[in-house]
Every structure is written in structure tokens, then in C-alpha cells.
Design a protein around this ligand. Structure first.
Ligand code: ADP
Length: 490
């Protein structure tokens, strides 16, 4: 099958969060299974160019109709750790992708509407007729609209669309002027409840809703989150739309790229280890303490690695840190936030705890340190308010680091409480709490820290049970292939 992925991120070249890992990992799995996969991305100035092999121009003068004129684009091609990637570079005063960061601008909707249109124009002009175009998140929600309303008539009649939602909170809600610039026009048709009109702000359009309405199949990234999006407020206003389209909506658990995340061969950690020989893990713990100047003592290290976002339960992360310090444990935070206030709060906390040898806060993005933390820490916490899938808990399992998580979304689908799960005792792999409050978090942390101190052999058993889980892309890759087969125009 010929599949084109279109997204705003792809690891490791342009990564903000889990979306990037999914685009890379799923593409890799699909290729391993003999499919042809190409990835189309914006050419950002802030990408990790050191991860692109033989970047070269493959198409010049791609004119994309935009507003009253057209924007000229150059399309580049390069290999990103074995994946075939195209990068679209527009030349215009809008300077869409040369801004030093990926998101956070007043015209984000414009930027990614343009990218969506340019990706389709590139496919049309180069005679690409993928069986499936797999679009991700709000940034590419207009692709199915543009495909079925414009590009299909121009010759792209073969392609079908699978649309994956990684985060319902960010939907691409924007003004109606987007219709004129993209040349969709006809506001009376598109600005309609059955199509692009936002369900809450009737004067606005919604890219994610567009993706749901127009795609041939819609997924979100775990079965539990699919249920939450339909039946709780976690659909952020899109539940009604999902109900209308529920026959083509399901949850597919993300996989983890076991080629990248593997403590047996990971080049970013100093000591390799595996399920039968855990010794390297303890050396990594020492290396982690050395690197972050933590005092080496007989205490578990609990870590948080991830975005510092309200979604992730920042107040509980902060509380977890103090709880750990008061209860015979050490704590590490690696994370950053696009919100200055949250960043400043954590920088302030870092300053306050500067002299404390039992904790370290690293405010920023650091792939290498993340690997060492997963390898060297004893536990990670994920007290998320909502969590569509979550990769960090799967990475932690793979590295023998026990997850302490709140029972939401993908966390509920992957982590089973050691004491209370209805899974067989040997299939339990972490600690889970329900309520998003201090008591809930403390109850789980207390049990985890207690087991580490008082029953080290039992703790070790829990580590091994976690490492036995397989959340590789193998199963999810097949699931997506089944969906592609279902919607494919044969
Ligand atoms: P989300 O997609 O909501 O950000 P996930 O748990 O699905 O959360 O994926 C986050 C991914 O990004 C993981 O691979 C995690 O290790 C990585 N990550 C997040 N923040 C950082 C950071 N500050 N430094 C290094 N890696 C990070």
C-alpha cells in the first residue's frame, strides 16, 4: 500500500511531543511491513537539521493558490533515520515556518491551512496518488476538506483519508476568513453545523471538526480516550460530532518505537541492560546522580519527564516533588512549558530547591537526559488531568521504571495497579490512582515508595513484570493497516 503521512511534527527532526513519536514510529512499522510510506512536513527553521540525511531540493516553483494570489514553494527531500520525508518551504512575507518555534503564533491556523493546501498541491503536481493519506491533529484537519471538495475533481480521486486525533484540546478554531484564503469559499456551505462550524462558537470554524466530518476514518490514540471523548467533557465540545460519525471512529493505542527505546542498545545511556540482567540499571542510576549532582543514597528516585502543562497535572507534579522529599525519596523534573507563567513557577522552584541534594529540576527539552532518566530512575509519575495515550509510561515500562499514574485515557489502558487491579497479579505493572487530588497521588506514591524500601524483591518483580509488556508498534501497526484496508478504494 502507498501511504502518505501529513503532520506538523515528526521525531526526531521536529518534535514537540508524542505526536512526533507516533508519526515516526507508525511510519517505520508500516514500512517494515512492506508498505511505501512518505511523510510530508513543513520546513521549519528550528528543525534538527543534523537528523536529516542528504537534504536536497526535489521540486521548485510549487505554486499554491492562496488568497488573491499564489505562494511559491520549494519542496525538499531528505531521509530522517530511514524515513522518506518531504519538507515544504513557502516563500512569502508571511514567513510561515521561519519563526524559531513550532507553535504559538496568532496566525497558527493560517500557517497550517497553508501547509495542508501545499501538501495536496505537491501530491497533485507530482502525480502522487496514495491509497491513504494519514493526517494528524488539527493542523492537518483541512486536508480531507480540500481533498474531497477541490483536489478530487482535479484528479486525486483515488486517495482516502485516515485522521488521527492526538489531543482534543487543541482544535484549530479560527475565523471564517480561512475559507477565502484557501479558496474553499462558499461560506454558506462550509460555515454550517454539519461541516466546519465550531460547535460552541457558532461564528468560528473548527479544523478538527472538519477532519472528523470529512475523513473516511477517524481515530484517537487509545480505546479509553475514544470512550472519554464520546461520553465525557474530554471531547472538548466535539462529542456531538463524534456521535454523529461514530461508525467511523475508534481508539487505537499508540505503539512505542522499540528501535529507539531499548535499554539493551540505547546509545544515549552509558550502561545497557535487559530483563534478565538489570545490573546496568543501577549503574545508570549512579550516572544520573552524578550528572544531576544528586546525593547517592539508599532512596528511590522518582521522576517526571514531559511537558509542564495543565493537562499533565502541574500542581500534582509539584506536590509529588515535595511529598517525595518528605518521604524518603528523591525527585527529578525534566520539562518545559510554552506558558511563561508555568515555566517561571518551576524556575522559581528550582531556585528555591537549589541546595537540596535530593532533587533536581531541569527546565527545558533534553532528549539525552530524558533517556538517562528513564534508565536511571526507579519510578515516574504521570498525574495527568487527561492523557489521550501517553508515551512516557510505556517508555518507563520498557526501561524498568515503575509508572505511578492517574487512571485516565491511555494510562488506564496500559498501567495496572499492583495492589488493586483486576488483572492477574503477575500482569500488574505499576501504581494507579483515580482522583486528581493530593490524597489520590499520595496514596499511590506511598505504596510505591513503601514497596521499594520494605520489599525490594517485590519491587524488582514489579519492574520485571513491567518490562515484559510489549507496547511496540507491531499490534497497532496492524490495526492501522486494517483501517486503511477498510477505507481504501480498491
Ligand atoms: P505528550 O504527547 O502529551 O507531550 P507523551 O507522553 O505522549 O506526551 O509524549 C511525550 C514525549 O516527549 C516522550 O517521548 C517524552 O520523553 C518526550 N518529552 C517531553 N518533554 C520532554 C523534555 N523536556 N525533554 C525530553 N523529552 C521530552
Amino acid at each position: 500500500m502507498y501511504i502518505v503521512m501529513t503532520a506538523s511534527e515528526c521525531a526526531p527532526v521536529s518534535k514537540v511531543g508524542g505526536l512526533a513519536d507516533v508519526v515516526y514510529g507508525l511510519s517505520r512499522e508500516l514500512e517494515i511491513r512492506g508498505n511505501q510510506v512518505e511523510i510530508i512536513l513543513p520546513k521549519y527553521d528550528c528543525m534538527r537539521y543534523d537528523h536529516i540525511w542528504e537534504l536536497q531540493i526535489v521540486y521548485q516553483d510549487l505554486w499554491v493558490a492562496w488568497g488573491n494570489g499564489a505562494i511559491n514553494c520549494t519542496v525538499w527531500f531528505g531521509m530522517v533515520d530511514g524515513r522518506h520525508c518531504f519538507f515544504i518551504e513557502p516563500h512569502s512575507n508571511d514567513n510561515f515556518f521561519n519563526r524559531g518555534q513550532y507553535y504559538g503564533f496568532h496566525d497558527d491556523a493560517m500557517r497550517f491551512a497553508f501547509f495542508s493546501k501545499a501538501a495536496l498541491e505537491f501530491m497533485l503536481q507530482t502525480n502522487r496518488h496514495p491509497d491513504v493519506i494519514h493526517c494528524h491533529d488539527w493542523q492537518t484537519g483541512l486536508i480531507p476538506v480540500l481533498l474531497f471538495e477541490i483536489y478530487q475533481q482535479q484528479g486525486m480521486s483515488h486517495s482516502r483519508i485516515c485522521y488521527s486525533i492526538h489531543n482534543f484540546r487543541y482544535q484549530g478554531i479560527t475565523g471564517a476568513n480561512i475559507l477565502a484564503v484557501t479558496k474553499l469559499d462558499r461560506p454558506e456551505y462550509y460555515h454550517h453545523h454539519d461541516r466546519l462550524q465550531d460547535n460552541m462558537h457558532v461564528g468560528a470554524l473548527n479544523f478538527m471538526k472538519a477532519g472528523i466530518v470529512y475523513s473516511n476514518f477517524v481515530t484517537t490514540v487509545s480505546p479509553r480516550h475514544a470512550w472519554e471523548a464520546l461520553y465525557t467533557d474530554q471531547g472538548y465540545g466535539l462529542s456531538d460530532t463524534l456521535h454523529v460519525h461514530r461508525d467511523k471512529f475508534s481508539g487505537v493505542l499508540n505503539g512505542l518505537d522499540y528501535g529507539v527505546w531499548n535499554p539493551e542498545i540505547d546509545p544515549l545511556i552509558p550502561h545497557h541492560y535487559n530483563i534478565v540482567d538489570l545490573e546496568g540499571k543501577y549503574f545508570n542510576k549512579e550516572a544520573l546522580c552524578d550528572k544531576l549532582l544528586l546525593k547517592k543514597q539508599y532512596k528511590p528516585i522518582i521522576a517526571y519527564v514531559g511537558r509542564l502543562d495543565v493537562q499533565k497535572g502541574v500542581h500534582l507534579i509539584r506536590h509529588g516533588l515535595f511529598y517525595a522529599l518528605q518521604n524518603n525519596a528523591q525527585f527529578i523534573v525534566l520539562g518545559s512549558s510554552p506558558e511563561t507563567k508555568i515555566n517561571n513557577d518551576f524556575l522559581h522552584l528550582k531556585h528555591e530547591l537549589n541546595e537540596n541534594e535530593d532533587c533536581h529540576l531541569e527546565i527545558g527539552f533534553d532528549e539525552e537526559l530524558a533517556h538517562l532518566i528513564y534508565a536511571g530512575a526507579d519510578m515516574i509519575i504521570m498525574p495527568s488531568m487527561y492523557e489521550p495515550c501517553g508515551l512516557a509510561q510505556m517508555i518507563a515500562l520498557r526501561y524498568g521504571t515503575v509508572p505511578i499514574v492517574r487512571s485516565v485515557g491511555g494510562l488506564a489502558d496500559t498501567i495496572f495497579d499492583r495492589d488493586y487491579s483486576d488483572k492477574p497479579i503477575t500482569a500488574r505493572n505499576g501504581y494507579v490512582f483515580n482522583e486528581a487530588d493530593y490524597d489520590g497521588l499520595e496514596s499511590a506514591m506511598q505504596r510505591a515508595i513503601g514497596l521499594w524500601h520494605n520489599y525490594p524483591e517485590q519491587f524488582r518483580k514489579l519492574i520485571i513484570q513491567g518490562m515484559q509488556y510489549n507496547f511496540s508498534w507491531h499490534r497497532s501497526g496492524q490495526h492501522y493497516l486494517d483501517i486503511y484496508d477498510l477505507i481504501r478504494k480498491k
